[in-house]
Design a protein around this ligand. Structure first.
Ligand SMILES: NC(=O)c1ccc[n+]([C@@H]2O[C@H](COP(=O)([O-])OP(=O)(O)OC[C@H]3O[C@@H](n4cnc5c(N)ncnc54)[C@H](O)[C@@H]3O)[C@@H](O)[C@H]2O)c1
Length: 316
């Protein structure tokens, strides 16, 4: 490798600060700039350019930029980066609507740039190991993915567009298909602003099903993926870091290598820029997730089965 990739982060809230921390120690990458409209957020980043907005970033000969501003700004900032020929890794949800998300995906594809979205659950150590083995065909064809993810975390969005988005991306990645229909229910604890619990049933394009149970206000944590395949059943427990395969005549436990999910994701994005094999979620996948989460919320509100908007499937 001739030189380090020049990277920046825009938006230094809780998500952006974590990205900047990783970029400061990522091999083959140099964090050269950070940007935030709020000057107090810039203070802690010595030795890098500190600027206030996207326009000031565009002159710093960046290879790529991580976009971690609030979701409402992703499209405007992403389009400015694409126009300037700068690759981007954009936080989730990719955009506030599926049409905005697909405009972003098309802008990066049209410019021949790598545009990717942060969907962290496919980088959880145990789940990633499950995904690598499934995608390699170790367990045969996938029929069903069941996910239970219960947390006691506070986020400023409904559980479907936050945790649910990452899990829907995970289901599509594990199965290697897109969502064709959704039936869902969601509810709130008492009177909070957003949905706290959801049960989501997805049909995927190869006829597979995914059933997803999520909540973010549970005192009991659970983070389990169970996959039924042609040869048996495999269970990943991300909390205990165990991966177990069950067939009629045997049970096998696999070693799970330890890695930090956010770092693995940044390594995957960097590898995509370097032309190496990478399992980063591309913007088109992020747009498919936005379309699926919209369908989930519509289904939960209408009490009906919903087909996600499919404009993300067609090129151009
Ligand atoms: N915080 C998390 O755990 C988390 C997890 C997953 C995804 N995300 C996503 O990351 C994004 C940011 O979330 P957050 O929780 O870090 O938000 P935040 O509000 O904590 O931080 C956003 C930062 O962006 C800055 N900002 C706003 N508009 C800007 C602009 N136009 N130019 C430059 N800076 C600007 C703000 O001053 C602030 O410092 C969102 O899309 C969110 O959905 C966050």
């Amino acid at each position: 490798m001739k030189r380090s990739l020049r990277a920046a982060v825009i938006g230094l809230g809780s998500a952006g600060s974590a990205h900047a921390r990783i970029l400061r120690s990522l091999e083959h990458v140099t964090l050269v700039a950070v940007a935030d409209t709020e000057p107090t957020r810039l203070g802690e980043f010595d030795g890098v350019h500190s600027v206030r907005n996207i326009d000031e970033l565009l002159h710093l000969e960046l290879d790529y930029c991580v976009v971690a501003t609030p979701t409402a700004d992703h499209e405007r900032i992403g389009l400015a980066l694409a126009t300037a020929g700068i690759h981007a890794l954009i936080e989730r949800p990719l955009a506030p609507s599926a049409p905005a998300a697909i405009r972003l995906a098309r802008a990066f594809e049209g410019a021949g740039l790598v545009g990717a979205v942060v969907h962290i659950e496919r980088y959880d150590t145990t789940v990633k190991e499950l995904g690598l083995r499934l995608r390699r065909g170790d367990f045969g064809a996938v029929y069903q993915v069941a996910v239970r993810r219960h947390e006691g975390c506070a986020e400023r969005a409904d559980v479907v567009t936050s945790m649910g988005a990452d899990i829907i991306d995970l289901a599509m990645w594990l199965i290697g298909r897109h969502v064709t229909s959704v039936a869902a229910n969601a509810s709130r604890d008492g009177a909070p602003r957003y949905e706290d619990h959801a049960v989501i049933l997805l049909r995927l394009s190869g006829g597979e099903i995914a059933n997803i149970e999520i909540s973010r206000s549970s005192p009991h944590r659970e983070w389990v993926v169970v996959v039924r395949t042609a040869s048996g059943c495999v269970e990943a427990d991300a909390l205990t870091r165990t991966l177990t395969y069950y067939a009629e005549d045997k049970t096998i436990s696999y070693e799970v290598p330890i890695s930090e999910p956010l770092r693995s994701q940044h390594e995957a994005f960097r590898d995509a820029l370097l032309g190496l094999p990478s399992d980063i979620a591309m913007l088109r996948e992020g747009a498919a997730v936005v379309a699926a989460t919209e369908a989930v919320l519509t289904s939960a509100r209408m009490g009906a089965c919903v087909t996600p908007a499919d404009h993300f499937l067609t090129p151009g």
